[in-house]
Design a protein around this ligand. Structure first.
Ligand SMILES: Nc1ncnc2c1ncn2[C@@H]1O[C@H](COP(=O)(O)OP(=O)(O)OP(=O)(O)O)[C@@H](O)[C@H]1O
Length: 280
């Protein structure tokens, strides 16, 4: 069976007239310098689901996310976004991508409002001045992340956690329905974590699809409907969100240390770091 017919069948399984999944990944293989780092990953993300891709350092989380967005090419396999093969997908205004760190702007001074407004560029069909509705969307995004009071501040003066809020507001400003967030809680203090969790809760309540790359579920755990754990470039768990255990379970734990990837590779079916809850 071809990848296209697998995709069609998956669409048919979800019922006549129902929307295609936000992402449909089939047998994805990705290599860097001819060394495979994703070994045939399958993943279907239904619309409206809040899903975390979990796993230790180097397990392939970011690579999978980049392959789903076409940032890195597939050696083989296929990706569809909202029912369209990735190579033909053009509706990028539907996708709100939140990178791990603020890189846009470099040393150029930019205010919080300017960075948030820059999120609308993919949505605009042609070059034009921003309309009142665009400005309203920027205001809404600033409010949602509690940033209105800092709108005129330079982003470079902000803490890492505040910058992370700016990145989410920038994605929100284009009013997408699908979010892909790379480690939104990494290096973020607890106050900013609460603001981020509140914003993600609001997105979930309005039916957004949210895909998060996380080292561990942490403070977002109550929001997550599904956890997909990778180890050594393979899916080793797909179901209820595994609970962090050991040091990773402690409040305030910030995942910066490398994990025992050699052990994970030696036992690919094991779930490093996590206790998997029973399915009752
Ligand atoms: N640009 C690259 N060139 C070569 N190898 C890479 C590149 N990016 C990632 N890798 C390697 O691919 C493997 C998977 O990396 P990836 O960043 O996807 O893992 P990850 O689970 O997201 O890790 P982390 O949590 O540390 O970000 C690792 O062995 C990594 O060293």
């Amino acid at each position: 069976m071809t990848a296209e017919s697998v995709a069609e069948r998956a669409g048919a399984d979800s019922g006549p007239g129902s929307a295609p999944p936000a992402f449909l990944v089939r047998n994805a293989v990705v290599a860097y310098d001819r060394v495979p780092v994703l070994h045939g990953v399958d993943l279907t993300v239904p619309r409206g689901q809040v899903l975390a891709i979990l796993g230790p350092n180097g397990s392939g989380k970011s690579t999978l996310m980049k392959a789903m967005l076409g940032i890195v090419p597939l050696v083989s396999g296929s990706v569809e976004v909202h029912g369209t093969p990735l190579r033909r997908f053009r509706d990028w205004g539907r996708i709100g991508y939140v990178p791990q760190r603020l890189t846009a702007g470099g040393g150029v001074p930019a205010t919080v409002r300017e960075v948030v407004a820059s999120g609308q560029i993919a949505r605009r069909r042609r070059l034009r001045w921003s309309a009142p509705s665009d400005r309203a969307a920027v205001d809404e995004a600033l409010d949602a992340l509690d940033l209105a009071g800092m709108a005129r501040s330079s982003v470079h003066e902000l803490s890492g956690g505040q910058q992370q809020r700016v990145l989410i507001a920038r994605a929100l400003a284009a009013r997408p329905d699908t979010f892909v967030m790379d480690e939104p809680m990494a290096g973020v203090d607890s106050e900013n974590q609460r603001a981020l969790a509140a914003a993600i809760t609001a997105l979930r309540e309005r039916g957004s699809t949210i895909l998060l790359v996380l080292h561990e579920s942490g403070p977002l755990e109550p929001l997550l409907e599904r956890g997909v754990a990778l180890s050594g470039g393979r899916v080793v768990h797909d179901g209820p969100v595994p609970r962090p255990s050991g040091a990773c379970a402690r409040p305030g734990h910030d995942h910066v240390h490398p994990h025992a990837d050699a052990e994970a590779a030696a036992a690919p079916s094991a779930l490093p770091e996590f206790e998997v809850p029973r399915r009752d």
